[in-house]
Design a protein around this ligand. Sequence first.
Ligand code: ADP
Length: 163
Amino acid sequence: MIRAIYPGSFDPVTLGHLDIIKRAAQTVGELIVGVLNNGSKTPLFTIDERVSMLLEVTEGLSNVKVMSFSGLLVDFARQTNANVVVRGLRAISDFEYELQMAQTNRKMNPQVDTMFLATGLEYSYLSSTIVKEVAFFHGDIHEFVPESVAKRVQEKVLEVTRT
Ligand code: ADP
């Protein structure tokens, strides 16, 4: 059975991420969505909030697990016995960095291969950063994120702007 990891910050999870999760889950035996707890980035949502949003939106997908991790992806792959990493490619601008990461990971752990999925055309413009920017200007984000996530983003924006 192929066990794959789909790693990312998911700050917050978007419909583009969800599209990749669903398509990858149809291709591999088990998909672990790995939520990166990265000390060098300051996310809008805590690691627990990001995991909880992902758990909600992947509820019906029986072969999808959600886990947080910190440190190197290749170490997380070793710990979970996964040998495939899934990444989404939106545009040519993603390509250079993604190729570099895939090659670095393979060098560090030759058991791990990276599988790229081309983003759905309707989501190719979408990023967590754009969603946050629109939300902070009180724009409508319902077309960008699942309904439950839209609610959480709006609440978070209120919470952050109040303090
Ligand atoms: P990171 O901080 O690692 O870039 P993200 O949460 O932004 O994490 O993205 C995780 C993965 O999802 C990456 O492979 C990224 O290319 C992919 N991704 C992000 N947005 C989209 C989208 N709109 N459609 C498809 N894939 C996406």
